[in-house]
Ligand binder design. Structure first.
Ligand code: NI
Length: 193
């Protein structure tokens, strides 16, 4: 990629016209999230039925320097596994004391936060609204709507991603479709296993 990290650059962030021409996306299919959804039967059914792309994100290859800012776009697609909404894996930052900003561009959803001490928070993601993810909190986007949930993110470029903690232990809470189609949090029956 030919971004000028030294002297600055301008980038068209519309995914179809600009970003996809200049940056690579990483796609996560449902089969890559084994064990993360509560309903194992529904999970296997969805994987066998086409293994949908659950989310993808665009990264620009920012130099991993503490003075740089990494930014890009995250897209979580609509769908459910049983009554649990499509979501990202979620991660802590390797440098745990690193915050992040998500600015929602389109769609409807929420961000599930959890710190190592077990404090949990759920914030709505609303187009035109910026969400501050504080340092020390793992963050996961959840699409509770019918169209892709698209957000712009930016964080300190040397923070890194720690996916392993979530992959091994899971989140304490899940976000599922409750009565009347309203998203609700519930305890993750698999947490810690
Ligand atoms: Ni992050």
């Amino acid at each position: 990629m030919d971004f000028d990290w030294t002297r600055g650059f301008l980038l068209d962030f519309s995914v179809t016209d600009g970003l996809s021409q200049r940056a690579g996306s990483t796609k996560r299919r449902l089969s890559q999230m084994k064990g993360m959804y509560a309903d194992a039967e529904a999970f296997e059914r969805e994987v066998a039925g086409g293994d949908p792309v659950v989310y993808e994100f665009y990264e620009l290859g920012t130099p991993e320097d503490s003075g740089d800012l990494a930014f890009g776009t995250s897209i979580t697609y609509p769908g459910k596994v049983g009554n649990e909404y499509f979501m990202t894996k979620g991660h802590f930052h390797t440098v745990l004391e690193t915050a992040e900003v998500y600015y929602t561009l389109s769609g409807e959803g929420c961000m599930l936060l959890e710190n190592p001490e077990g404090d949990v928070a759920l914030h709505p993601m609303i187009p035109g609204n910026a969400l501050y993810v504080p340092k020390r909190y793992a963050h996961r986007s959840v699409n509770t709507g019918k169209v892709p949930l698209v957000s712009f993110y930016v964080f300190r470029a040397d923070a890194g991603h720690n996916y392993a903690t979530i992959e091994t232990r899971g989140y304490r809470k899940l976000v599922v479709e409750g009565p009347g189609g309203i998203p609700v949090m519930m305890d993750n029956p698999k947490w810690g296993h």
